[in-house]
Design a protein around this ligand. Structure first.
Ligand code: NAD
Length: 295
């Protein structure tokens, strides 16, 4: 049994903390919102009066927060209160620069650190089937991996500080671009009188095959479990896809990488969100390409 502190008990953090309790760990947690604390307490998570109080006896601290500024402010707050040698793991999706700053802060306080963003969404958080993309030293990874396996199914060490976030935004840039490509193909097929099923049967076994088509098909029918069959309820919300695409564009600009399709995808998901569809599944962008809203 490990003493773990968990800060940020939202849609992802609450069930992740619950899985650590289920695995037999002692979890002391904090969130700013009472409803999140209540929901986590029902899963057996111990609730502390503040983030500092939550980390007092922790060997490992996990944060699951909205953005880089929240992570940097929480880490700056708690680091003076943790014991040297404590491992801090941030599983939020944040910009690479803030992730690297957070690692530097931890090092200044004699602590180990990992950036460990996830894919798999709220379903994966509940079922403990998340994929963790991890950046940090081998020593920190060796200490963190046994705990991450209690919340996820696949744990990939991507290299040094910030490389977990780098892997996450590169993957989601591919996903955003590929989903738009698949949607465009279905919209063109509709105009040409080609059925959804016929296009699916050909492309899913041809060179157009990809996850956005075969697992997450953006039209109802061919893949019965995809959000298109459920009025584009998420799934993975368009607002979160836009967040990740913006992070990829910030990183591309800072690193001097040319990502013209990533930039176009960010613009299109920006439009989808401006249409009021940020809460819909990201595959609902097919309706923007058709020139009409989800409803
Ligand atoms: P959420 O908004 O539901 O939860 C964030 C929680 O952090 C909230 O409960 C909020 O009260 C808390 N918080 C904010 N500032 C705090 C502070 N200073 N101290 C303590 N608590 C604080 O968000 P979420 O959906 O759980 O996502 C968390 C992170 O995971 C985000 O970075 C998101 O991009 C990423 N992510 C989300 C999904 C998803 O499907 N929801 C999937 C992959 C990654």
């Amino acid at each position: 049994m490990t003493n773990i502190a968990f800060i940020g008990l939202g849609n992802m953090g609450g069930p992740m903390a619950g899985n650590l309790v289920k695995a037999g760990h002692n979890v002391s947690a904090f969130d700013l919102v009472q409803a999140s604390k209540d929901a986590a307490a029902e899963l057996g998570v111990g609730i502390a009066g503040s983030a500092k109080e939550a980390v007092a006896d922790a060997e490992i601290v996990v944060t699951m927060l909205p953005a880089g500024k929240h992570v940097l402010s929480v880490w700056a707050d708690i680091l003076p209160a943790v014991k040297p040698g404590t491992l801090l793991i941030d599983s939020s999706t944040i910009d690479v620069e803030s992730a690297r700053k957070a690692h530097a802060l931890a090092e200044e306080h004699g602590c180990l650190s990992l950036d460990a963003p996830v894919s798999g969404g709220t379903g994966g958080a509940k079922a403990a089937t998340l994929t963790f993309m991890v950046g940090g030293s081998a020593k920190a990874f060796d200490k963190g991996e046994p705990v991450l396996t209690k919340m996820g199914r696949k744990i990939v060490h991507c290299g040094g500080a910030g490389n977990g976030q780098a892997a996450k935004i590169c993957n989601n840039m591919v996903l955003g671009i590929s989903m738009i490509g698949v949607c465009e193909a279905f919209v063109l097929a509709e105009k040409l009188g080609l059925s959804h099923q016929a296009l699916f049967d050909v492309a899913s076994t041809s060179s157009g095959q990809c996850w956005s088509l075969t697992t997450y098909c953006p039209v109802p029918g061919p893949v019965p479990t995809s959000p298109a069959n459920n009025e584009y309820k998420p799934g993975f919300a368009s607002a979160l896809m836009l967040k990740d695409l913006k992070l990829s564009q910030e990183a591309a600009q800072a690193a001097g990488a040319s990502t013209p399709l990533g930039a176009a995808a960010a613009q299109l998901f920006g439009l989808h969100n401006a249409w009021g569809e940020g809460g819909a599944d990201f595959s609902g962008i097919i309706n923007l390409l058709r020139g009409r809203g989800t409803a």
